[in-house]
Design a protein around this ligand. Sequence first.
Ligand code: PMP
Length: 372
Amino acid sequence: MRTAYLDHNATSPIRPEAAEAVARALAIGGNPSSVHAAGRAARRLIDDSRDAVAALVGADPAGVIFTSGATEANALALRGLGRSRVLASAVEHPSVLKAAAAETVPVDGDGVIDLAALEAMLARSHEPALVAVMLANNETGAIQPVPEVVGIARAHGALVHCDAVQAAGRMELDIRALGVDSLALSAHKLGGPMGVGALILADPDARLSPMLAGGAQEMRRRAGTENLPGIAGFAAAARDAVSGMEAESLRQRELRDRLEALARGIAPSLVVFAADADRLPNTSCLALPGLPARTLVIALDLAGVAVSAGAACSSGRVETSHVLAAMGAGELAGSAIRASLGWNSRTEDVEAFAAAFAPIARRHDGRAAQAA
Ligand code: PMP
């Protein structure tokens, strides 16, 4: 049985091009800091990869700092950009919310940042601040008005860091058009390997205190021998993700909309979160009131359909989503599941979802009717 893998926002399966790039990089066998031929080949591969990752977001390659993933990239920005006052939207990823003692900026019912509240919070103090706002939410796909956030932040002398992990490769992404100071990316969300990502500075000369000291790698901003296979795989995934992205986004949006239409047809009481916001084309966060997310995720899994419960449960536990709580979802948050599509998703996957969802939803509706 083919698994209908609908959890690309947790990890997108590795693209064949990226897996091949990882294997080729492993075969080089030299340290990029070494002067011999194997070292030079490794260095060249890092330089080429830096260009590819910079191109993904329209940045200067000199501003790209490779890291172990977006968790590290977010922490490096929040701790390294030299602002002790940090404001973060309430729907940021935990790697942002826990990287600094941030003041949280509220969001509306669709999970979109409250710009008036941000403005008021910034106006309250003259202390130079850093505002952290994501481009697209991992749970709901809601897209934040980042250029507007930047406009407000600039008026108050604040820097802006943007977690663009879920947006990269799925929508237009240009660091200059956004106007932010830095962006965080993670390779495994776009079909690259896990354990590699990047912090990208709009101004390569911006002041940044490193978190890791030691060797001179990454222009002295991130010590440690580079993850060569990871970086090469990241670059290959980035190249693949940008080529034909517009058509691919459209294809995924049609599949996602079909999934939601089928699910609504089966269960008219279905709730789609952030339905009125601009959303990523691949993400759907759904709830059937009264049906616990855990029950639904397990039943779908038994039928060969992989989705997640609200936020990807780290260490196997499903906790109430802080994102849905901030959106005022209340009890409904406990019923939220996330289906997220990607480069290898097909119509059959969406149909498999609907086929597996139908009997569970009908059984639940029957029970709900009995109880009423
Ligand atoms: N930010 C967002 C929005 C994410 O979805 C994730 C991954 N769940 C991260 C940051 C952390 O990325 P990584 O797994 O590379 O540490």
